[in-house]
Ligand binder design. Sequence first.
Ligand code: ADP
Length: 266
Amino acid sequence: MIILKLGGSIITCKGEVQPTLNQENLDRISQEIRNSQVKELLIIHGAGSYGHPPAHHYQIGSPLKDEKDLEQKREGFCVTHQLVQELNLAVCRALITAGIPAAPLSPSSFIHTHNKRITDFKTDLITEYLDLGLVPVLYGDVVLDRDLKIRMAVLSGDQILQYLAGKLKAERVILGTDVDGIYNRNPKTHPNAQLIPLVTPEDELNFLEGAHTVDVTGGMGGKVKELLRLAEKEVESQIINLNTEGLLERALMGDKVPGTWIKKTK
Ligand code: ADP
């Protein structure tokens, strides 16, 4: 089974304050998935400009202050959820149009967190979808949090990926984003940044601490933390650039493509 994460930076225009779809990327990526003829696939997508601005605006996941704050966060929960659901609909529509049996699953309806980490997640449902030959499509969402000071949290697609890939022992895990992989500095602001082809749990990665950008779930830094947790569970993953045409298709078919591998070497 392959788990594919479509980064919010790829399927939306992430710098935008308004929710903006990248339909061109979505259509091309759907076609590449179809062309690869991959058998068992699960897709998770990020929230990009649909989820991060409202989640940030309403400070979803920060400790509750008082009744007024709860009231505002309730509104924020609904607004954010509705927007990421709209994005999910667009993603599934593109996939189905390309001939992929994409079946949406809303994380907020069956995943709980405690202090922002997944606690309850009934994965039998996912296994049954996969057994039927469906392609489950999950996404970064707002969820209920069991910590009484939090109660509502933002759950990143990267955390869902880490949890699911570990639990279902995915054969391969591919994360598509808008840069070639992990660099020693942000490649968007440092043209001389060097790509790091392999990252292991032993590596010092202090330079990722500030890699948050507009992302409420930790940006590249948050992503790498999740992937290192996954590597500790003996599941390796690779980050590739989905703005490069044809790369996903090749990666899905098992070709060696440029990017960063995150795995244990000892
Ligand atoms: P996605 O939305 O695709 O999941 P993120 O926006 O969370 O991706 O992370 C990708 C972004 O992280 C890139 O666009 C890049 O500008 C930024 N970034 C910051 N530091 C680094 C780094 N050291 N290596 C790679 N990317 C970095």
